[in-house]
Design a protein around this ligand. Sequence first.
Ligand code: S3P
Length: 436
Amino acid sequence: MELTRKHAFRGEISVPGDKSISHRGIMFGAISNGLTEVTNFLQGADCLSTISCFRQLGISIENDGSKVLVHGKGLHGLSAPSQILDVGNSGTTLRLISGILAGQKFQTTLCGDASIRKRPMKRIFTPLSEMGARFQCWDPGHFPEQRKKTSSDCAPFTIQGGALKRIHYYPPIASAQVKSAVLLAGLYGDGITKVTEPVLSRDHTERMLSGFGADILSTDTTAAVWPQPRLKGQSIHVPGDISSAAYFIALGLICPHGEILVKNVGVNPTRGGILKVALAMGGKVSLLDQRTVSGEPVADILISSSSLHGTVVEGGMIPTLIDELPVIAVMAAFAEGTTVIKDAQELKVKESDRIATVTENLKAMGADVTPTEDGMVIRGGRPLHGARIKTYGDHRVAMAFAVAGVNADGETSFDDEGCVTVSYPGFFEDMGRLGE
Ligand code: S3P
């Protein structure tokens, strides 16, 4: 595929369902009693991995391509899988499912793709081991033909669950995946389990578990869960993913004639950092028809072309826009002045090392950017030219640079644009429809 400059992006669009909320709908439905219906479910590869893992754990899940029905069997209704669970590219599947498996009286072995095998899992092994689960990692070079033990803290690994102790865990980094894994394990604990984060990460688990009937309380950056004998299946309507809407926010702002309305987007404040950054950069972005759907704040987002200027993105704001930083970096390259992104070391352990992959591709397009230990410095305003983008199999890198490509001189192509299916099948078609 080759992208070239388009001067106008106009119209209305609905982005696919939220990835974080889609995963949780399947997982919480599986350990509830009765039927859970998930509408506007994200049919991306990551969420399909979650469905396939829970099917292997004995849960019947019907998926007609938009609505998903999960026939939950209760907290203790999962059965030992006969095969290794493959989470594909999905860190959320791997970390959250581990919290549930920590409470099961059987062993499960999990693996994933080349990216997942490099991602740090010690962050969940530490608290879940403290609660009583046991982990063994396997050398990926010999796996699965041979299981050679390794002391590395990555997938593939085997988890042995069982009776769990309560903990009060203070993760050193704000991570919703870590928090969620501990809270889910806490459902199987012998008392109240608490997680206190340095900064609040996305709170979809707390909101949704409460909807399923869990006893869960959030105060500031602490979430506390009581052991729960029974969750009840729910109907969940998944809002559009603000992480997917982010590409159209950037596109509408950057292109000379942008007027885009993104309908039905989840605007949970723990996810809304992109909106604050857009405003801080001088972007014209407004929220229309704000409402609550399935316990989550939802709005339509109206974006129009703006002259952007540089800003500083740092501190407590980082967890609220962690997945949007690649496209924020692209926005910064089109803004006048300097943008500094800091306190974002977590970028290094995402689907790719996003400090390295974003700076490499920005440089390839002619931007003035310097990587730092915890982010990057972008001196914006230089005209960008097309390039061959190296995605490193990272969906967010591909989509962020598609936004850059349609605003640059010349042609932009990708080594692997197919990776967008991880979170946004149909992304290029949707972008194409808005372009004039
Ligand atoms: C997610 C949490 C974030 C985010 C990921 C989805 C979730 O990861 O980057 O795409 O659904 O809980 P961390 O918890 O590692 O920050």
